[in-house]
Design a protein around this ligand. Sequence first.
Ligand code: ADE
Ligand code: ZN
Length: 346
Amino acid sequence: MFKIKPIPSDRLPTLLRLMPKAELHMHIEGSLEPELMFALAKRNGLTMPYADVEALRGAYVFDNLQDFLDIYHQGTLVLRTEQDFYDMTTAYLTRAAADNVVHTEIFFDTQTHTGHGLSTEVVINGLHRACVDAQATLGVSAVLILCFLRHLSEAEAFECLEQAEPFLDKLVGVGLASSEQGNPPEKFARVFAKARALGLRAVAHAGEEGPPAYIWSALDDLKVERIDHGVQAMNDPLLMARLVKDKIPLTVCPLSNLKLRVFPTLAEHNLGRLLDAGIVATVNSDDPAYFGGYINQNFTETFEALGLGAPQAYQLARHSFEASFITDARKAQFIDRLNTTFESFN
Ligand code: ADE
Ligand code: ZN
């Protein structure tokens, strides 16, 4: 393993910002900032149920995942056209590039939007066009992961996948999001099997609020390659051993966990303990417009709260490439860039 030079603690935020990284867990609808939400509402002739941006931001107080999902769903109502999806995605990619995100695997769902009368085509084409343009204008590579909504039925997930099939070349994988408790992964075993048979990669949210049993089910029933969140795995030593042995990455989102009260304070977050246990953990922003920050905010606040340093920064950035769905050759190129950043940093 590459040897990490010690650095003074006041230089750590600069290193965290400069190091190239991949973001593997963010929901594009959760990157819709209040300012853009109001602008899209105006463009589409819609009235926002809040007086202004401050009033809307003031409503972002959550006790749990469901509280958040209700307000998040309301925010998606301003998205009406392909250009809206393009603009939202371009705003996220521009912000991510400023944090030195060089590759990102973006979650989105179509069921929310088809539920509002939009077509799958409008959603996917808007997102995909923004990803293609970002490679040219920002030098960021971006791919798309379609998430099924787990509070809906298996039949609705099959319908969602069928509607997405004409656009398979614009997707890298499928995921599972929305209300976790009471909606275990096994409900979607057959639709995940179909998605994998179509050549899509598979990930799932599990062990965010839900028990370790949901993580086992995501691995064994859905056969996912990564677990989104997964922080509850620490309550099950056998599961921890499995994650380490099989090098199953966890896409951890510390500020999300704080805002949704998965951990009472960031100082009690288990990111450092997951790394110490040998887990391929990564840091991600989840829904940055709602949870108080983009990826670098997640890094800097969590590193400060947990007293982490340059070795963990290197590990987390390296894991983000290793856990991504890019080719081994591209992983090696990004890791070379990461090594150069650490070697030349002083
Ligand atoms: N959809 C958007 N953010 C989510 C989260 N943190 N958990 C589950 N579903 C989500
Ligand atoms: Zn998420």
